[in-house]
Design a protein around this ligand. Structure first.
Ligand code: AMP
Ligand code: MG
Length: 421
């Protein structure tokens, strides 16, 4: 087991041991946020035929070449085509056909003149100007062509992809499985939210923040409950988690004499890869693997520190990228932003600090301000923070007005109260 890794080394270790989960077939309508295992090719041309982009008249552009306000051209109104209909016959020279948006263009026609550009209507229609060949015509296959790859493997399915799968006539799609994450918390002081908090007990808030972080990462949390501070209690709950893809526990990974997570994991056959990451908050983070063969199950195992902010920050930095990788995503990390430091920050050189900051737009700049109390027990700091400011390990001061990088925890920071138009 390694110890004292930099956050980058720890992340590299986690990802090097994280598999990509196998494929499953799901209904397209329920595939939002999932990642395609295979490319999706089009089995059809879309649109299926040349069709009209406007309500108007299908014409042969050559018929209108001489049209002008002084000398309009009259074409015989031959028939009508609506969306969902089929032209009854080809369009002959000297004819036009009434056509509605989405209706297939009749053979012989090459262009559409908008209804608004015609003055009189009747058995004969008058055109006062020429029309460029192809005007207001949507070409067969201009969206998708038969055989063309439309969505690459690895694509995250969003709203447009969901619509496209439907347009291609797909009902099911192969996507990576969602990681199942067993979550447990350890500590004699912990109770559930409706529990008795007399005698120094506190609610196991980590259980809930971790489960929520799982869901936000597209994983399926399975809450195992609270383990008391004994090796036996911990072993029982950890065993229950071995059937999951990932096991996440909080607390009991430090050096206290009631910190049993590491010895119990090892007893169960877990190979600990590292303990201790040069970061604040979150130093005691533990990561291990159950090698193949240990009862056939090999969940990735994260022992997160117990302090509420440490648990959340280490989840963000290490568990979340692993969950995304498992589900087939390639962009594993939160977006970052370069910001102006709003007030001078100081620390001892040595560990990288993740500083909880609020962000404020000031003209073209974004200014980051530290949430006053950076204690790892103050969960409020995570409620108020919009980002984590990266205070590099070797730096001891980030002066006011200087530049720094933040990791956006919540993209709604970019959401605006004002419309864009
Ligand atoms: P430990 O790692 O057990 O020393 O816990 C460190 C700190 O985190 C202690 O103050 C615990 O009370 C607190 N803590 C541990 N587990 C949780 C939890 N599930 N929810 C909230 N706080 C916790
Ligand atoms: Mg404890």
């Amino acid at each position: 087991m390694r110890t004292g890794l930099t956050p980058a080394e720890a992340l590299a270790s986690v990802l090097s041991h994280t598999p990509v989960l196998a494929s499953e077939r799901v209904e397209c309508a329920a595939a939002l946020g999932r990642v395609l295992v295979e490319p999706v090719a089009s089995g059809r041309d879309l649109p299926p035929s040349d069709n009209s982009a406007m309500d108007g008249f299908a014409v042969r552009a050559a018929d209108l070449e001489q049209a002008s306000p002084d000398s309009p051209v009259e074409l015989k109104l031959a028939f009508e085509i609506h969306a969902g209909g089929i032209p009854e016959r080809p369009l002959e020279a000297g004819e036009c056909a009434r056509i509605l948006t989405g209706a297939p263009l009749p053979e012989g026609a090459d262009s559409v003149v908008r209804q608004e550009d015609i003055e009189a209507e009747g058995p004969r229609v008058r055109f006062q100007q020429p029309v460029p060949n192809g005007e207001h015509v949507r070409r067969r296959g201009e969206d998708t062509r038969v055989g063309e790859t439309i969505l690459e493997a690895g694509t995250r399915i969003g709203a447009a992809e969901t619509g496209m799968l439907a347009a291609l006539g797909r009902s099911y799609v192969a996507v990576h499985r969602q990681p199942r994450v067993a979550i447990l918390s350890g500590g004699d002081e912990l109770v559930e939210p409706d529990g008795d908090v007399s005698g120094g007990r506190i609610v196991s808030s980590n259980s809930y923040s971790m489960a929520a972080q799982c869901r936000l990462a597209g994983a399926i949390p399975q809450y195992l409950g609270i383990a008391r501070d004994s090796p036996e209690a911990l072993e029982e709950l950890l065993r229950a988690g071995l059937a999951s893809d990932v096991l996440v526990s909080s607390a009991g990974v430090s050096v206290g004499d009631r910190d049993f997570v590491r010895p119990v994991l090892e007893k169960l056959g877990c190979r600990l890869e590292f303990w201790g990451v040069q970061m604040k908050p979150g130093y005691p983070l533990t990561f291990g693997l159950f090698p193949e063969g240990t009862s056939g199950l090999n969940p990735l195992t994260f022992g997160l520190p117990g302090n509420p902010v440490s648990a959340m920050v280490t989840f963000e930095q290490f568990v979340r990228p692993a969950l995304l990788h498992m589900a087939g995503h390639t962009a594993l990390h939160r977006p970052t932003l370069d910001v102006t430091v709003g007030e001078t920050l100081r620390k001892k050189a040595g560990r990288l600090h993740f500083v909880r900051v609020t962000l404020e737009r000031r003209g073209k700049e974004v200014v980051a301000r530290s949430f006053g109390n950076q204690s790892s027990g103050v969960l409020r700091s995570m409620c108020d923070a919009q980002a984590l400011l990266i205070f590099p390990a070797e730096a001891s001061e980030l002066p006011r007005g200087g530049r720094a990088r933040v990791q956006l925890l919540d993209e709604t920071f970019l959401a605006s109260r004002q419309p864009a138009f």
